[in-house]
Design a protein around this ligand. Structure first.
Ligand SMILES: Cc1ncc(COP(=O)(O)O)c(C=O)c1O
Length: 360
């Protein structure tokens, strides 16, 4: 069966090898005569899955020993609340950099917990860009600085992160985690829903520097990082199937040559589509400023809404899935996460050139 050209923004394409392996093991996981979904989360077999996911995350992202890895539920959206609940000192407030709708949502939740200042925003210019580092200003005594590393909806991505010194830098990396090498030690906390680069929806990865984990008896148990850190993310029943698939995606990432190799492949894939935009003599217009372009979500428009509709219809007829822009921005968006094959990006770039030649 031919696989769809899947450009969905999330949940998104998974590696075919992962799906085949999961299929093979579905009824009988490693000779247990049970599906992985049927294992007790306290069993030896499941512990190995859980430990493997943790160990591979640490290895692939080179996560230092003074960081805890948590596998949680509630999506990145719950982290919009858990981060301030656990880390925002109401006397100091917290600083947020606004680069799109997800940062706005993070701010909205933080404001329920304590004072928030906006350290920089590109809202006035329609979120076309990441702010220049020189334009970001935070209160020297703030609890933390929060940013969204890749803006899934607008198609912008941080190329270089601010130096926050002793202030913890916190990043929502939902849509570019493990797509490129990063220095984890620059961050106090990183969080990401798995459903783009890491696996299916249902598990959220949180990487937190150990000294930021505080026991706070006033917090609801499940909303405290301390609860999950002190129980190896097994305080309650974890999403076992999602974590199993996460472990398979991590194995696949390692087999591909690890994060630096994936980064190179991602650059090549993105170039195919950005070249189709840049060489179209203005037929396609990229939403993001060039120096803020995302290698994960490529957003563009056509000269008219009629042509956009025609493009999306013909693309769908040719088997391209998920190319409509987010409902808040319109236009088109190709999400090309780690698991989207090079050949699918090539096919899209060819289709874009053909469509331009017959419609301009
Ligand atoms: C950058 C970013 N942050 C947060 C979210 C919300 O994630 P979730 O649906 O896991 O709560 C998304 C989802 O697309 C996202 O792209």
């Amino acid at each position: 069966m031919a696989r769809a050209y899947n450009f969905n923004a999330g949940p998104a394409a998974l590696p075919e090898e992962v799906l085949l392996k999961a299929q093979k093991e579905f009824l009988d996981f490693e000779g247990s005569h049970m599906s992985v979904m049927e294992l007790s989360h306290r069993s030896k077999e499941y512990s190995q899955v859980h430990d493997k996911a943790n160990a591979l995350l640490r290895e692939l992202m080179e996560i230092p020993e003074n960081y805890e890895i948590l596998l949680l539920q509630g999506g990145a959206s719950l982290q919009f609340s858990m981060v301030p609940l656990n880390l925002l000192d109401r006397n100091l407030g917290a600083s947020y950099i606004l680069t799109g709708s997800w940062s706005e949502k993070a701010v909205k939740e933080a404001k329920r917990i304590g004072p928030v200042e906006i350290a920089a925003s590109t809202k006035a210019s329609g979120y076309h860009a990441i702010p220049p580092l020189a334009n970001i200003h935070w209160n020297k005594e703030t609890s933390y600085v929060h940013l969204t590393s890749n803006n899934t909806i607008y198609g912008t991505q941080w190329q270089e992160y601010p130096q926050t010194g002793h202030i913890p830098l916190i990043a929502d990396m939902s849509s570019d985690i493990m797509s490129k090498k990063i220095d984890v030690s620059r961050f106090g906390l990183i969080y990401a829903g798995a459903q783009k680069n890491l696996g299916p929806s249902g598990v959220t990865v949180v990487i937190i520097r150990k000294d930021l984990i505080k026991k706070d008896e006033s917090l609801p148990t499940m909303l405290s990082y301390h609860t999950h850190a002190s129980s190896g993310s097994l305080y309650n029943t974890p999403p076992t199937l999602a974590i199993y698939l996460l472990s398979l995606v991590l194995e696949w990432t390692k087999d591909k040559g690890g994060v630096s190799q994936i980064e190179k492949l991602n650059q090549q894939k993105a170039k195919l589509i950005y070249d189709a935009i840049d060489e179209s003599n203005g037929f396609y217009t990229g939403h993001a400023d060039r120096d803020s372009r995302s290698n994960m979500n490529i957003t563009f428009t056509l000269p008219s809404s009629e042509l956009t509709d025609k493009f999306l219809q013909e693309a769908a007829d040719e088997g391209f899935i998920g190319l409509s822009g987010h409902r808040s921005v319109g236009g088109c968006r190709a999400s090309i996460y780690n698991a989207v094959p090079h050949e699918h990006c090539l096919a899209l770039a060819e289709f874009m050139k053909k469509f331009k030649n017959t419609n301009s």
